[in-house]
Design a protein around this ligand. Sequence first.
Ligand SMILES: Cc1cc2nc3c(=O)[nH]c(=O)nc-3n(C[C@H](O)[C@H](O)[C@H](O)COP(=O)(O)OP(=O)(O)OC[C@H]3O[C@@H](n4cnc5c(N)ncnc54)[C@H](O)[C@@H]3O)c2cc1C
Length: 505
Amino acid sequence: MNYKSDVLIIGAGGAGLTAALHAKESGASVRVLTKEYPTRSQTCMAQGGMNAALANVSEDSVEAHIANTLKSAHGEADEEAVRFMCSEAINAVEWLDSIGVCFSRTADSKIAQRTLGGASAPRACYAQDYTGLKILHTIYDRCLSQDIEILNEKYLLDILKDESGVVKGAKVLDIRSGDIEIYEASAVILASGGYSRIYDKNSTNSTASTGDGIAAASRAGAKLIDMEFVQFHPTALKNSSILISESARGEGGYLLNSKGKRFTNELAPRDVVSRAINDEINKGEEIFLDIRHLGEELINEGLPQERKLAKLYENVDPVHELIPVRPVAHYTMGGIEVDNKSKTSLDGLYACGECANHRVHGANRLGGNSLLEIVVFGKEAGLNAAKYALETKNAQSELVLEDGFFEEIKECKNEIDFYAKREHVGNMFYKDVGIVRTQEQLKSALLEVKELQASLNLMGVSDKSKVYNTNLVEFIEFKNMLEVCEQVVSSAIKREVSCGAHYIV
Ligand SMILES: Cc1cc2nc3c(=O)[nH]c(=O)nc-3n(C[C@H](O)[C@H](O)[C@H](O)COP(=O)(O)OP(=O)(O)OC[C@H]3O[C@@H](n4cnc5c(N)ncnc54)[C@H](O)[C@@H]3O)c2cc1C
């Protein structure tokens, strides 16, 4: 059965749902698909805040926001795109405020702001440490009130084109029924999130961040750029990799080694702090985040989630105890190349959010700039895709349907356990494609990825049932992850000089 809409959006995180609202307001019919549920998208995990130079608690300016962003990007950002994003930040926060996002307030009722790493002023607007959750749930509410159709547990397999190479839809697995469905659209927007889960458990990310959209875009012929720029967040809980937000350091938290000594500027950009921690760990030190001096009241008011997470996953109460931490993979700056209209190198295909690369983060993203990016460029993707779809919707063309990715997967035998291989790849990437890399490590990682790809035909699913086959979904994710891994290492090998998150010795 074929389903049709003007705009088809893959992904129901902050970027996808923002795009949906703006596409719908432009008059296009819109359908959103997600492999999970909208409110579970990774955006809901964002804690620290969203940057906008509102100057509500001290002096600040859009120029300072631009300068901080460009500095952190190590020359790899597009200045025009950064200028656009930072200039739009104030409108973006005002829009979120107007639709009901409950930002924390100052005593005189202005939106409160806190300092995150690399920022010259308190610039991050926040809702306690539940910022992403409040934003996502509010935008989702808005989509429901606009009757935007959102379909859950629909898994993007491949992007579909017509005979002249123009993107016209997507091939999708209905996870519940096991049926393959075809969705036709005049424009497709990918908003499917990043790829930090290639580091498996060494990542703060949602388990859904497996780079599916990026892999599908690449198979369809879209260009990817800067895939080697993977940001490590300095402070994840040591045993579970769950994030302790930068806002804990923004509020005045310190990093200590086992000797109880501070060893770095806690509010330097993330690449710098992660390397400083990595050096200490290599010297045999354990690393701790100390927020005890902030006091119970401030912690309960500003960092309630961090306290709960530390208690639950590390069995320490940060009001009285040190929090054991280590850096893990957190954000992927690389992704699908897009122009300033969020259009990819393929006609009919747009992208926004963490799967896209608008070149606003360069080699190292500033904390608080991702929530900003998904709102600013989610809007651009929605507006431009809708305009394109409405202009081209009457053009006659036929979808090209051929056997591919999914059919190959069904043929695979189940002789090797791919779950064990996924864990192995995650650990190998953490070691060899991690905070500090050497050319030798990268080359051996590439070899290993290629060997795993060659033996994929022996790693298929053991569960052959049709309905709700999570074993099958996880195998497809693994195949996508290996494609993304290959791109990350190949790009890393080509960049011989250190740059931001790509640090080579
Ligand atoms: C713990 C944590 C804390 C963070 N804190 C902050 C912060 O304080 N400030 C900040 O600016 N940024 C923060 N970030 C980063 C930020 O949250 C993300 O970069 C951003 O939310 C990404 O949004 P997105 O809409 O692009 O993707 P996501 O929210 O990841 O949504 C992706 C969507 O795509 C869907 N999808 C994926 N693959 C498929 C497929 N094959 N088929 C169908 N659907 C698919 C998913 O189901 C999901 O709905 C944080 C990230 C983490 C992990």
